[in-house]
Design a protein. Structure first.
Length: 228
């Protein structure tokens, strides 16, 4: 495996992917703290439930962001497995939160507009970050393989790949590009920058659009009614 590709991927993981996960963890902690102070309860769950994902997320994130354990995981061939496990925990925690929000809406438990908006912001923001990380982790086999001389076929077609004259020499997508795809897909419910090519990419974008629609249309509409 080329050393340059490993080095670039390590920098991208440490200074782009790790802060993105930290932002998700900060949102989860904020929701738990505010819920505790305001005596909020979401469906059947008390405030401290939103602190539970922080434990496994921290355990999985630290060895990926710290140099020595990361290299050890690389030598053992488990680094990608740990990274995907981290994404799985983030996505599962967000799915539980979204399910609880929808269930509380159906039961008519949501009476505070501010509470509902904070939950919606947490769900939607985590949705954008998590799917952006999934796209980044799987497109062309991952951030290392797409930097190799002969990468697998792309799963997303970026404008710079279709028109190389628009890009700098040696351009390749970074995490920020995938977060942008995820953000616009969550807002427009359709691709606006890069086009999905593979079936799994189309399925992930479909799932993200569906979750975003539930969050934006259902939750935001209820919050407006509460504020009225």
């Amino acid at each position: 495996m080329p050393h340059d590709a490993l080095r670039e991927e390590e920098i991208e993981s440490r200074w782009e992917a790790a802060p993105a996960v930290l932002l998700v963890m900060a949102l989860q902690a904020l929701l738990a703290i505010v819920s505790h102070n305001q005596h909020w309860k979401l469906w059947l769950y008390p405030w401290w439930v939103w602190l539970i994902p922080l434990g496994p997320e921290a355990v999985l994130l630290i060895p990926l962001a710290w140099h020595r354990p990361r290299r050890r995981l690389e030598q053992l061939g488990h680094r990608r497995t740990v990274a995907l496990a981290l994404l799985g925990v983030v996505s599962l925690a967000n799915a539980v939160l979204l399910t609880a929000v929808i269930a509380s809406l159906i039961r008519g438990d949501e009476k505070s507009g501010g509470q509902l908006l904070l939950k919606a912001i947490t769900v939607w923001s985590t949705n954008v970050i998590a799917f952006g990380l999934w796209y980044w982790a799987f497109d062309c086999g991952g951030p290392i393989r797409r930097r190799q001389p002969k990468p697998p076929p792309p799963d997303f077609q970026f404008p710079q790949q279709e028109n190389p004259k628009l890009a700098a020499p040696g351009w390749h997508p970074r995490l920020a590009d995938y977060i942008y795809i995820s953000f616009t897909n969550s807002i427009a419910f359709s691709p606006t920058d890069a086009m999905p090519l593979s079936r799994w990419a189309k399925f992930l974008m479909l799932a993200e659009s569906g979750l975003s629609a539930l969050t934006v249309l259902l939750v935001a509409a209820r919050a407006v009614n509460i504020f009225k």
